[in-house]
Write a protein that binds this ligand. Structure first.
Ligand code: ADP
Ligand code: RBF
Ligand code: MG
Length: 401
């Protein structure tokens, strides 16, 4: 494949933008600290932009000076292990990187995470992630990172505005700033001084990777990503879905069984996302059974149990009581919506004619798909859920228990 004249040859991109590390780590930390009755709900900023050790130290200093970093890390390890083993690429990344490579670009990534964190990524993504990962030091220039043999034809994509401004100013490199969380975008919009700096520097700002205008950067033919409305047409599979590479899931050592009345939630699942979820009643008993689970997405079976008020009408509505139904569950804080309390909600992969609030649902949780994420875009949340559903369907269709 020939490069267009003046087409940049190297894409240097921060690994944080390809794998949402901070959501992954934060889910594990939140679970660990909640067990000790410490809420870290508003402390994600302590870990953002830092390596695992630096972030954890800063978080520990914030919550309690008395805790020992190494001891906390050792105790945290099982939660970190499952979270990192099940790490998934951020939405649209797989297609984007494939497309850029096809068009003749060399993709290189960099990170300031520790070696062992990188090993998790390389191991769990080995089927598709063949891009170089460069271990970065804080003050390194872009040209140092990619190697001196590379000329000026670099597109530098980072989640740090400071580095983007430096690369643009000192090295004249085409820089694109993509914040890794929507909260950073909100803050940036309020900061007049940074806004002005960006406007005069020529650094591009994009909400997500697929919003980058590649043609303007001299890169041809990159895919356009569909709008949220596209994903809301139920029964259509997302065009760019990445679920075939979402194979790294974790089976629980012991299944967890819960029975609960179905209660009302925020009313968002069906109406806003096109994915209704039966919300469990978070009684202390259920909360206790879920306390060791990292906030995230799980798969398993659901079954309706009759209540004292169940009637033949229920059968007519399709709620037979002796059938195992495949389900995916979200257990956690829905970071995209910033919930204050933990919820547990099951989406059953079946169509029902009517709602079943107040009915008894038994769920058997078998395994873990991914940690919950704080997406920059609504359409990414929906596509991720579609991917979860497909992954769960595949696994459960092979589960004969
Ligand atoms: P809420 O926020 O009140 O949970 P949702 O929009 O998530 O509202 O809708 C959930 C309700 O939709 C469930 O309680 C259930 O009665 C109904 N429902 C219909 N189909 C399904 C399904 N396939 N999976 C889960 N719930 C479903
Ligand atoms: N909410 C999030 O904020 N982040 C997630 O990563 C996330 N993943 C989900 C995965 C599945 C399979 C389901 C059913 C829900 C998920 N949710 C997630 C929760 C979703 O936001 C919630 O169901 C609706 O807001 C309705 O309460
Ligand atoms: Mg719901």
């Amino acid at each position: 494949m020939n490069l267009k004249d003046n087409q940049p040859q190297t894409l240097l991109i921060n690994l944080d933008l390809l794998f949402d590390f901070y959501s992954v780590l934060f889910s594990a930390y939140r679970t660990y600290f909640a067990k000790q009755s410490i809420s870290i709900n508003n402390l994600k900023h302590c870990i953002e932009g830092k390596s695992l050790d630096q972030g954890l130290t800063s978080l520990i200093n914030e919550v309690s000076q008395g805790l020992d970093v190494q001891q906390t890390k050792d105790e945290l390890f099982p939660l970190l292990d499952i979270s990192l083993k099940c790490i998934k690429p951020t939405i649209a990344v797989y297609t984007l990187l494939k497309d850029l490579t096809k068009n003749g670009m060399v993709v290189k990534t960099f990170t300031n995470f520790e070696e062992y964190v990188i090993k998790y990524v390389q191991e769990s993504q080995k089927d598709w992630f063949t891009y170089e990962i460069i271990q970065a030091q804080n003050s390194q220039s872009v040209k140092e990172l990619v190697g001196s043999s590379v000329g000026d034809e670099i597109v530098f994509v980072n989640s740090s505005i400071g580095s983007c401004l430096t690369a643009k100013r000192e090295e004249g490199i085409k820089s694109v700033y993509v914040p890794y969380s929507k909260k950073i975008i909100e803050n940036l919009q309020q900061d007049e001084k940074t806004k002005e700096l960006i406007e005069t520097s020529g650094v591009k700002i994009c909400e997500t990777l697929e919003d980058i205008d590649w043609n303007q950067l001299g890169v041809q033919n990159t895919l356009k990503y569909p709008e949220a409305s596209y994903f809301l047409q139920l029964d259509t599979k997302p065009k760019n879905n990445e679920y075939p590479i979402w194979t790294n899931v974790g089976k629980l050592e012991e299944p967890i069984e819960l029975t609960s009345n179905i209660v009302h939630g925020f009313g968002r699942g069906g109406k806003k996302l096109g994915i209704p979820t039966a919300n469990l009643d978070m009684t202390p008993e259920i909360e206790a059974k879920l306390v060791d689970l990292v906030s995230g997405v799980y798969y398993g079976w659901a079954e309706f149990l009759p209540t004292s008020t169940s009637s033949e009408e229920d059968d007519k509505e399709g709620l037979d009581y002796d059938r195992k139904l495949p389900m995916v569950m979200s257990i956690g804080f829905n970071p995209y919506f910033n919930n204050k309390y933990k919820t547990a909600e099951a989406h059953i992969m079946e169509k029902f004619r009517a709602d079943f609030y107040d009915h008894n649902l038994k769920v058997k949780i078998l395994g873990f798909i991914r940690t919950e994420a704080d997406f920059t875009k609504f359409s990414h949340l929906i596509e991720a859920i579609h991917n979860d559903v497909q992954v769960a369907k595949d696994i459960l269709s092979a589960d004969t228990q």
